[in-house]
Design a binder for this molecule. Structure first.
Ligand SMILES: [Cu+2]
Length: 115
């Protein structure tokens, strides 16, 4: 009885906190995804394939509460564990097709094509 009351108060306070956070981060506009940025969200890279020109720096941003890494299967680059809102950048100086996965969740995959 008492615990359910507490739980209700907790849900209410979390709910209003999220509303405030949504209002704060919602201004000035919903964050548009930057070009050459890959967002990690819901255990997925988005977009899963990206084509860029040689010399482009690609940014990965982890939106999940879980840590993720950005790992090239050929060992060309390898990020540290990214916590929520952490970013990792890599500059692609050579053309090619670069397979990327999360070292913690290897089923998370993306492909960067550099032309
Ligand atoms: Cu992961």
């Amino acid at each position: 009885m008492l615990s359910s009351l507490f739980r209700r108060a907790f849900v209410l306070s979390v709910g209003s906190g999220m509303l405030i956070a949504a209002l704060v981060t919602g201004l000035p506009a919903a964050q548009a995804q930057e070009p050459n940025e890959i967002v990690i969200k819901n255990f997925m890279f988005s977009p899963m394939s990206l084509t860029v020109k040689v010399g482009t720096t690609v940014t990965w941003k982890n939106m999940d509460g879980e840590p993720h890494t950005v790992v090239n299967d050929a060992g060309i680059f390898h990020s540290a564990a990214l916590d929520q809102n952490d970013t990792y950048q890599f500059k692609f100086d050579k053309p090619g097709i670069y397979k990327v996965l999360c070292g913690i969740h290897p089923y998370m995959k993306a492909t960067i094509t550099v032309q």
